[in-house]
Design a protein. Structure first.
Length: 366
């Protein structure tokens, strides 16, 4: 009858409404779970990428850059005039640039100014970093080197010979043709750009005079690839913010930046200074961290940057897709800085991750 049909339709509509609500709740829970998973995954990867290279800061062979005598003069003379001190500003092993904040404790990513303190060198600003994120420059000798058999000096040219079978130690981590080198023993290190290199013969030629290692280098004399990296937040392939890394290449100028992790909206940095920072280099570093400071308080002098023995690293990660859930703003705080996303209603899941990294080569390698 008509009444029975109407009752059946009402019951069916009620059941369909229930199914729709169950499906909607399930979809919302899935999107939130997916957003949290992606944020956690991206956050861990970003921290891991950066801290791996941070731990190498100060590595200069068998002793660190606080103990080594260093020669970068001939190296800097080979850098093109417009790029001097930009990508390979040795002997600074680490430098950081603090993004201008809305206040000391807040940051609005949508209105952040594209300014940093200290001011960015030209080679870094040319990478087009996104405002609202600190920037890290790291420089060190690669973890593995090759023993030097012989160094021949002829006039103003030096030729370094290593066992050809050990050349692979200079090309790890995807660097097929090294463009910068460091020659180190346990008391001195020289940085130089090669004029020629021959992997088959195991030779590297430079116009730097390296006579201090002649006539016969000691057993601890090693040839290393020289690394100069910059980490920053840029625009990824998706058009969203992403963690980027650029490596110095020919003549020390930064090459094409590579996207490492998507969804990284900001990097925040605090620098841990040795408690003898005020009296360095006259006094030796103590190996104990006295205080953590913001990069904007640092002066661009060698003793100050060489006193950095630890780094507090914070990142703000967001889900690549909408998570369709509101989030407590407390989750968007990194190292005491509260973040406002560009679109507060974009329903992306965001969370801040922090880590303290010891620069082990400086703290334990004197």
């Amino acid at each position: 009858s008509l009444i029975e049909l109407m009752i059946a339709l009402a019951i069916g509509a009620f059941l369909m409404l229930g199914l729709v609500r169950v499906f909607s709740a399930s979809r919302t829970a899935y999107q939130l779970s997916e957003g949290i998973s992606r944020v956690q995954e991206n956050g861990r990867f970003a921290i891991e990428f950066i801290q791996r290279d941070l731990r190498m800061v100060g590595h200069m062979g068998c002793v660190n850059d606080q103990a080594h005598l260093q020669n970068a003069g001939a190296f800097q003379n080979r850098i093109p005039a417009g790029a001097a001190g930009s990508g390979v500003n040795f002997p600074f092993g680490i430098q950081a640039y603090e993004a201008t904040k809305t206040s000391l404790t807040t940051m609005n990513l949508g209105t952040a100014a594209a300014t940093w303190t200290p001011a960015l060198p030209v080679a870094v600003s040319d990478l087009n970093p996104q405002p609202g994120s600190d920037i890290l420059q790291l420089r060190f000798l690669a973890s593995e080197g090759a023993p030097v058999d012989r160094i021949t000096v002829a006039g103003t040219t030096s030729t370094i010979e290593i066992p050809p079978a050990r050349w692979a130690a200079l090309t790890r981590d995807g660097v097929a043709a090294p463009d910068m080198f460091g020659l180190a023993d346990c008391s001195y290190v020289d940085y130089f750009l090669p004029t020629a290199s021959n992997a088959a013969a195991g030779t590297v030629t430079t116009d730097s005079v390296l006579e201090r290692y002649t006539p016969q280098p000691q057993g601890q004399t090693m040839l290393y690839r020289l690394e100069s990296l910059v980490y920053f937040v840029g625009t990824g392939a998706s058009g969203e913010r992403a963690l980027m890394r650029a490596r110095s290449g020919t003549n020390g100028v930064y090459g094409q930046a590579e996207e490492l992790v998507e969804g990284i909206e900001s990097i925040q940095v605090q620098l841990g200074l040795d408690r003898n920072a005020g009296s360095m280099p006259a006094d030796q570093p103590s190996g104990y961290i006295g205080e953590f400071v913001r990069p904007s308080t640092m002066t661009n002098t060698e003793p100050g940057w060489r006193a950095v023995g630890a780094v507090r690293l914070g990142i703000l990660a967001s889900s690549p897709n909408r998570s369709t859930a509101e989030q407590n703003p407390n989750g968007r705080s990194v190292l005491g800085v509260a973040f406002t996303p560009e679109d507060v209603d974009d329903t992306r899941y965001r969370f801040g991750y922090e880590s303290t990294i010891a620069l082990r080569n400086r703290l334990y390698g004197n």
